[in-house]
Design a protein around this ligand. Structure first.
Ligand SMILES: Cc1cc2nc3c(=O)[nH]c(=O)nc-3n(C[C@H](O)[C@H](O)[C@H](O)COP(=O)(O)OP(=O)(O)OC[C@H]3O[C@@H](n4cnc5c(N)ncnc54)[C@H](O)[C@@H]3O)c2cc1C
Length: 454
């Protein structure tokens, strides 16, 4: 009897999963393993909502594997040590996993290779499982190791044929005598509580969401994606982050018939773009991609006001409260809140990125850190010193103020766009509101930032 092993990481699905398919094609018995990585848990970054979402995805993956005759095998500790133990116990020759780009993932793969080499087993790192197009498949004509600018990358990415979508394996059967271990609950990942009202996790919920999105709303994406109150984006990012959906399958399903579908496809190219930057420059998770000589201010009380959504600028505070409550934030609000932190307050992007990573269900190193760097002007943006004015952004993308009223109940009684400038309301109205004065003068803050960058 031949046994293979697939190590799940952030590819928590049975559909279109090249690592799982190869493991099942390879052998009569498969160990589908997930390891609660003690190092990630000890880093303390998953918040309550993320932990609950991940636990839900694992329970659903287990259900998907049971339907194929198997179970999810769960262990806690160091994934490399656990793989080695199981390889030795079951005389495994082939171990499959998805290739990933972060420094942590690259180091894990290198350690796995070294460890299994010693055990006489092979490691197969499957590409185009997490991204649609593998980072190494596209390289710039100038001989650089990655694309530093999005537009030429996009051109090449659009010309690259997608691999086909894979069906789930017919069966996944465990070797005898192997205890699957208990499925982890949210407490295995974080001691923080989840809030109500977050997205449902797991492959079944993800596939339902994709089917609904592809059936119509995507066609409206080109006009609708910046409408804060309308919330007309796909909300697929948490599913893509944990791999309950494959990016390849999303692209096949959505196609390119309409301007909406083409604009949406372009967003998925941004996702691959950031992954290929991080694959080549894993240190960019912490270091400036393009250093600008910044000497960021140190102002813990200001950072706290931003984190809690108490800056006195309703459009900023609405985004930050949405994040805390739902574990998600609209992309336009991410741009506004990140620009406010890094340019208006001139605080370090790393502090903002850390807060987002703790709370975002979709928070991942490639998209989060590199979007933060893009906004901070230390990344790949060709206009690094642009500063978003939160009031102009509010007027343009939340013209009636509905987004702000939805997320800031204390301003719920203020009708129309006046909600964006509560400081202009009468003294009587203001005294009734439990809402702070603006924490900064926007014009002065802009000058401070531009002077620092000169
Ligand atoms: C400061 C900042 C931090 C961010 N952090 C993350 C993060 O941790 N994880 C994350 O997935 N996205 C991140 N984004 C990108 C973007 O905001 C989210 O992907 C998007 O809001 C998710 O909502 P959606 O699924 O409805 O997106 P849609 O608008 O429906 O887009 C479809 C998909 O395209 C991808 N995508 C869209 N915009 C981007 C982008 N700018 N960069 C990379 N991929 C993109 C996502 O996978 C998304 O699900 C960040 C953006 C900013 C400005």
């Amino acid at each position: 009897m031949r046994v293979s092993l697939v190590l799940f990481t952030r590819d928590l699905r049975v559909h279109d999963n090249p690592a799982l398919r190869a493991a099942a094609d390879d052998a009569d018995r498969v160990i589908p393993l997930f390891v609660v990585d003690s190092r990630i848990v000890a880093s303390g970054y998953p918040g309550g909502n993320r932990a609950a979402f991940l636990a839900r995805c694992l329970a659903d993956l287990d259900a998907g594997l049971r339907a194929l005759g198997g179970r999810l095998v769960v262990r806690t500790g160091d994934p490399v040590r656990w793989v080695r133990t199981l390889v030795d116990e079951h005389a495994i020759r082939d171990v499959h996993l998805s290739d990933d780009v972060s420094g942590h993932a690259q180091r894990r793969l290198a350690r796995l290779r070294a460890e299994l080499d010693e055990a006489g087993a092979r490691v197969h790192a499957h590409t185009e499982t997490i991204t649609a197009v593998a980072p190494a498949r596209l390289s710039p004509s100038g001989g650089q190791d990655h694309f530093a600018v999005f537009t030429p990358y996009l051109r090449r990415w659009l010309e690259t044929p997608l691999r086909s979508v894979l069906a789930p394996p017919d069966t996944v059967r465990l070797p005898g005598g192997l205890s699957p271990g208990a499925l982890p609950g949210p407490e295995a990942f974080s001691s923080a509580e989840a809030t109500a009202g977050t997205l449902d996790g797991g492959e079944r919920a993800a596939r339902t969401a994709l089917a609904a999105w592809a059936a119509g709303p995507v066609d409206d994406y080109a006009e609708g994606h910046d409408d804060l109150a309308g919330d007309r984006t796909s909300h697929l990012s948490p599913h893509l982050h944990l791999g309950t959906l494959s990016a390849v399958e999303v692209l096949h399903r959505v196609g390119s018939r309409t301007p909406g579908a083409r604009e949406f496809t372009r967003q998925l190219a941004w996702r691959d773009f950031h992954h290929q930057v991080l694959a080549a420059r894993p240190a960019c998770a912490r270091q400036d991609y393009r250093p600008r000589g910044d000497r960021w201010r140190d102002a813990p009380a200001e950072l706290r006001a931003w984190q809690e959504g108490r800056t006195g600028f309703p459009i900023v505070d609405a985004g930050m409260r949405q994040l805390l409550r739902q574990g998600w934030m609209h992309n336009r609000a991410r741009l506004i809140t990140a620009s406010f932190l890094t340019k208006t307050l001139y605080l370090d992007w790393r502090a903002g990125a850390r807060h987002y990573l703790r709370h975002l269900l979709d928070g991942d190193i490639a998209n989060n850190q590199l979007n933060w760097q893009w906004v901070a002007g230390t990344g790949t943006d060709s206009r690094p010193n642009r500063v978003l004015n939160p009031l102009r952004q509010a007027e343009r993308y939340d013209p009636d103020g509905a987004y702000v009223r939805r997320h800031l109940p204390e301003l719920g009684e203020i009708t129309g766009p006046e909600v964006h400038r509560p400081w202009t309301l009468s003294e009587t109205v203001r005294s009734r509101l439990d809402y702070p004065e603006p924490m900064v003068d926007l014009a002065g803050a802009r000058e401070r930032f531009l002077a620092a960058r000169r």
